[in-house]
Design a protein around this ligand. Structure first.
Ligand code: NAD
Ligand code: DAU
Length: 334
């Protein structure tokens, strides 16, 4: 029978809420969100959705009874919920073990019990980093080499899902995506932090020398890829998601300053992140070849300009998080 109802974990976070909006617009699926509303979750990001097709439950993915009652009435789980920020994982790793490892374990046990489809959202960071001049990019065959507490727990969660596929026949797929940007991203993350600093008349902050490279993808393109995998992906397979968007952090800050009409060097260099991964780069050929997926946002400059405009228009959404985020960074020398 065709898929009708899905459970989205972490649907009040950045990528999860964008995915929910995408699903509401592009499919007829009924969506239930399970989200703990940690500092990173914001119920406002889901406002205005029709109750005929959408329901929200506040709760922890480690709560087995709650998870089980929700998975019993859906055809699939799309699992976004995670502690997601590297700097936080360096300051306080424990919540990353609880949510990313035990939370994923709780969900796959329940999905196995109810024999439902499971899609696990993961990251390119599980593959460690690349040298700036390495001609290779990450593929589905790359070796796992996570370097931070965050990426180690995400790598562990991927391994759990793989083991449940092989040992218990869990009908799961995994996707590992590169760095997302777009609306509703928490101001702790690189691009929104710099946009909102500039809007506040503050200077952007680059870790180290700003030469680290990230492979940017618009969050809507992540959503379309996840939907393609959920609908047409082969069970047991991993798909890498990326949009050929490599830029150094310094280049990104220079672009943001140019968009604001400010000098290109109006940024500060601050204390580097311990163990800071140098470069990520995704080869998404398998996803494009097998499922015919392609990103819609091929122009990073245009996507970035749209994102700046979203933060200009939605100060009420990000303002309440800004001061606490900056004081946390000040304590870390960032
Ligand atoms: P986010 O931090 O913005 O959102 C995470 C959401 O999960 C929040 O709404 C939070 O309240 C919820 N959550 C946290 N712990 C929970 C728990 N125990 N139970 C229920 N809900 C809980 O994260 P994001 O950037 O949207 O990332 C979403 C997923 O995508 C994560 O799995 C992350 O590893 C992965 N990912 C992120 C990126 C990126 O660039 N941000 C790239 C690739 C993969
Ligand atoms: O690659 C996918 C990953 O991308 C996801 O798995 C993570 O959930 C997501 O947070 C992101 O991880 P990064 O560590 O790459 O993202 P972050 O936004 O924290 O930082 C991006 C780059 O910018 C990184 O090289 C660190 C740097 N940085 C970050 C901040 C907050 C700065 O130079 N200055 C800053 O103020």
């Amino acid at each position: 029978m065709a898929m009708q109802r899905i459970l989205v974990t972490g649907g009040a976070g950045f990528i999860g809420c964008n995915f929910v909006h995408y699903i509401m617009e592009h499919t007829r699926l009924h969506v239930t969100v399970l989200d703990k509303l940690t500092y990173a979750g914001n119920i406002e990001s889901l406002s205005g959705l029709p109750s005929s097709r959408f329901a929200f439950f506040e709760g922890d993915i480690c709560d087995a009874a709650m998870v089980d009652s929700l998975t019993s009435s859906v055809d699939a789980v799309v699992h976004f919920a995670a502690e997601s920020h590297n700097d936080n994982s360096l300051a306080e790793p424990r919540p990353f073990l609880d949510t990313n490892l035990l939370g994923t374990f709780t969900l796959i046990e329940s999905a196995r019990r109810h024999d439902i489809r499971f899609h696990h959202i993961s990251t390119d960071e599980v593959y460690g980093d690349l040298a700036l001049d390495d001609p290779h990019r990450f593929t589905e065959e790359s070796v796992y080499r996570p370097t931070s507490p965050y990426s180690a727990t995400k790598a562990g969660s991927d391994m759990l899902v793989r083991a449940w596929v092989r040992s218990f026949g869990l009908r799961a797929t995994i996707s590992n995506c590169s760095n997302n940007y777009g609306p509703y991203q928490h101001v702790e993350k690189f691009i929104p932090r710099q946009i909102t600093n500039i809007l506040d008349g503050d200077r952007p902050r680059l870790y180290g020398k700003g030469r680290n490279v990230r492979d940017w993808i618009h969050v809507e393109d992540h959503s379309s890829a996840v939907l393609a995998i959920l609908e047409r992906g082969r069970v047991g397979e991993t798909y890498l998601i990326g949009a050929d968007g490599e830029r150094s952090n310094r280049e990104v800050v220079e672009m943001l300053l140019a968009l604001a009409g400010q000098p290109r060097d109006a940024y500060d260099l601050v204390t580097d992140r311990p163990g800071h991964d140098l470069r990520y780069a995704i080869d998404s050929s398998k996803l494009r070849r097998e499922l015919g997926w392609a990103p819609r946002y091929s122009d990073f400059d245009a996507g970035l300009a749209d994102t700046v405009q979203w933060y200009r228009d939605n100060e009420h959404w990000w303002r309440p998080q800004k001061a606490a985020t900056e004081s946390k960074y000040a304590g870390q020398g960032h």
